[in-house]
Design a protein around this ligand. Structure first.
Ligand code: ZN
Length: 435
């Protein structure tokens, strides 16, 4: 495991910070030379004398990037070899331009991330993520596995029946993709008399949805996956804009930072840095990107950073699970929570097949929450589900029961890669996927 990990990952935090400072200074120089957006900002890089000085540099919001997209392209059109589009989870789609070096960097990133989970050239890996429609994820996974020398089986995420078929026929021992896809698949296989635990899958690398609780233990979804597949569960967090992954090591204590590729901060609502262990918005500064370089990019994702040493020996900080998106934060009678917390409770209740959430403004500062749960289990009652949610989140929503088919009809759209499970009617905001 350790031989593919750069030595810097095992160095003292002060050594890592020094290395990141050098990378940041080089990054600022590049931004000033190549990025129309950052040239305008007149950043004085002489003022940056320590990694902590990152806090004095300007933040970049999703709105900055979406509203001035072209100003973020830092290379000539001839240098662009690939165009990515963000999945448009919230707001309008954004273009990310990539050069040949950016693709090499993406390969290195995923090589390091997958290596941290213990994947080697002996592994056969099913990629349950899309390579088409301008998505970056499937491309990055394929490049990373190719660099490791592992075998890729590129099935995509669109058709569960194809994924099941590939598992039976090609017998991968690692699955990479959305955890809910792999749980649904396991349930389907069990329904058909096939035991997923006997398929020889020993690792699941889970993308897009967290598989850990904020205390880093496996979430109900993660635990259900571990049991159904009898496999080790690894979380990984990434986004198209950052083009960098935070991936669990075998200790399963959060996604390790790759110090040569990215700097990370956690900030409060005003953008001020928060101390280690505190939950806030994830802000990233990816290094070494040519096409669409970014500085202090506000991801809108809410998580905490852990800096105590990990038992794997790495000294790099670890990012905890994303507990929600900033724009989806719910405030119900003084309690703050995210839709994912409710999804988390429901995924641990037998008989619950699927669900979606609707929220409306009830009165100033309090939201009215309705949870529509899909089940065919006649013994499940709305009352029971509401009290389970209340017991674990301190918020008691209205619960309505429906058939799983009704839920699918409302949540699955052919143009979205994940089901839409959150419908936000506050301030005429839009529906979106829960992370
Ligand atoms: Zn570790």
């Amino acid at each position: 495991m350790g031989n593919k990990t750069p030595a810097i990952c095992f160095s003292e935090p002060s050594v890592i910070a020094d290395r990141q400072l050098a990378l940041l200074q080089r990054h600022l120089e590049t931004l000033q030379q190549t990025s129309p957006w950052y040239c305008e900002l007149n950043i004085d890089r002489q003022e940056v004398r320590s990694l902590d000085d990152l806090r004095y540099l300007p933040l970049t919001s999703k709105d900055d990037l979406a509203g001035n997209n072209d100003a973020f392209r830092a290379v000539s059109p001839e240098q662009v070899v690939d165009i990515c589009q963000t999945s448009g989870t919230t707001g309008e789609p954004v273009t990310i331009w990539q050069t040949e070096n950016d693709l090499q960097r993406l390969a290195l990133n995923e090589y390091l991330a997958f290596s941290a989970t213990g994947i080697s050239r002996r592994d056969k890996v099913l990629i349950g993520a899309a390579l088409d429609r301008g998505f970056m994820a499937g491309l990055a996974y394929f490049f990373g596995l190719r660099r490791i020398g592992a075998t890729s089986i590129r099935v995509g995420s669109g058709q569960p029946a194809l994924v099941a078929e590939a598992i039976e026929k090609q017998q991968p021992n690692v699955l990479v993709g959305f955890p809910s896809l792999f749980l649904g698949l396991a349930r389907r296989m069990q329904g058909g008399g096939l035991e997923p635990a006997s398929c020889g899958v020993d690792k699941l690398v889970c993308i897009g949805e967290p598989v850990r609780n904020p205390d880093l233990t496996l979430s109900p979804l993660g635990a259900a996956l571990a049991e159904a597949w009898d496999a080790d569960i690894f979380g990984t967090y990434a986004s198209t804009e950052m083009a960098t992954s935070f991936t669990d090591c075998p200790s399963g204590c959060g996604g390790h930072l790759l110090p040569e590729l990215i700097a990370v901060e956690i900030v409060d609502e005003q953008g001020a840095p928060l101390p280690a262990g505190t939950t806030g918005e994830v802000v990233v500064t990816p290094f070494g990107i040519e096409g669409t370089p970014l500085l202090r990019y506000r991801t809108g994702d809410i998580a905490a950073l852990h800096t105590d040493p990990c038992s794997c020996g790495r000294r790099t900080p670890r990012l905890g699970p994303v507990i929600g998106r900033k724009s989806q934060m719910l405030k119900v009678r003084g309690t703050t929570l995210f839709p994912a917390a409710i999804g988390n409770v429901l995924s641990g209740i037998p008989g619950v097949v699927n669900h979606y959430l609707e929220v409306e403004q009830q009165f100033d500062l309090s939201d009215q929450l309705r949870v529509v749960v899909g089940t065919s289990d006649a013994d499940l009652t709305a009352e029971y589900l509401a009290s389970e949610i209340a017991g674990k989140t301190r918020v008691r929503p209205e619960v309505v029961l429906a058939s799983p088919e009704d839920i699918l009809q409302k949540t699955v759209r052919p143009d979205r890669r994940k089901p839409i499970t959150f419908f936000d009617y506050r301030n005429s905001r839009q529906e979106s996927e829960t992370p």
